[in-house]
Design a protein around this ligand. Structure first.
Ligand SMILES: Nc1ncnc2c1ncn2[C@@H]1O[C@H](COP(=O)(O)OP(=O)(O)OP(=O)(O)O)[C@@H](O)[C@H]1O
Length: 202
């Protein structure tokens, strides 16, 4: 059954929805990319799916039940590349995994970091580049026991040269666990659905 958005309107003011009447279904094993220009409402939509903001109208269902029943199964990657500066990548991904009740040993953490191209797993995050910090955030998604992956602009700060390969690697693994819903400024490969948010503007 997957994730269903039914007549969904999102925004901050009931009288001024930012996006409205979104209706679509993302099956388990699939990824959907919502794309559009700055300010169109990508973050607002994703935060609503991740249950941080209440829908103005409509429903969000997972496996036929309200998404709010699955809060512990949602992994949310914010748009901002914000990580604590003093912890190392290994410590960071292990700590994130533990929030989902998963104990990850050092070897597994190292493997996940290597998969996304982090070559300095023991250097404090404050000393890494933005793109490397983003990769560390993404590698945590590979380790958590979640089912609904909400990724706000996952490739922000990642270089053009490797971004599609990185996306392929991440999506391959996340789709096996459930559904992926993400945002970007452009259409992306490896996504079953690419949704132009202009369709849902008022
Ligand atoms: N907390 C808030 N309260 C009221 N309005 C907000 C709030 N956050 C964002 N907005 C407005 O909602 C609209 C959509 O913003 P949003 O951040 O969802 O866009 P976006 O597509 O993610 O943009 P970007 O590509 O720049 O990240 C904008 O007009 C923005 O000013």
């Amino acid at each position: 059954m997957g994730l269903e958005l039914k007549e969904l309107s999102v925004g901050y003011d009931r009288n001024l929805p930012i996006l409205q009447d979104i209706g679509l279904r993302i099956e388990k094993g699939e990824a959907a990319n919502f794309y559009g220009y700055n300010g169109i409402g990508k973050t607002t939509l994703l935060k609503t799916v991740a249950t941080f903001i209440r829908p103005l109208k409509g429903q969000i269902l997972y496996e036929g039940k309200p998404i709010t029943n699955f809060r512990r199964r949602i992994f949310f990657l914010p748009e901002t590349v914000d990580v604590p500066s003093r912890v190392t990548p290994i410590e960071y991904v292990r700590a994130v995994a533990s929030l989902y009740g998963t104990r990850v040993d050092e070897n597994r953490a190292l493997k996940a970091l290597k998969t996304v191209g982090v070559a300095t797993p023991r250097v404090p995050l404050g000393k890494l580049s933005q793109g490397m910090k983003r990769r560390v955030q993404l590698s945590a998604s590979l380790l958590v026991e979640a089912e609904i992956f909400v990724l706000d602009d996952p490739l922000v700060a990642v270089d053009e040269e490797s971004k599609h390969e990185l996306l392929q690697t991440i999506l391959e693994s996340l789709k096996e666990k459930g559904v992926v819903i993400m945002s970007s400024r452009e259409k992306l490969p490896y996504c079953e659905l690419n949704v132009d948010l202009k369709e849902f503007r008022r």
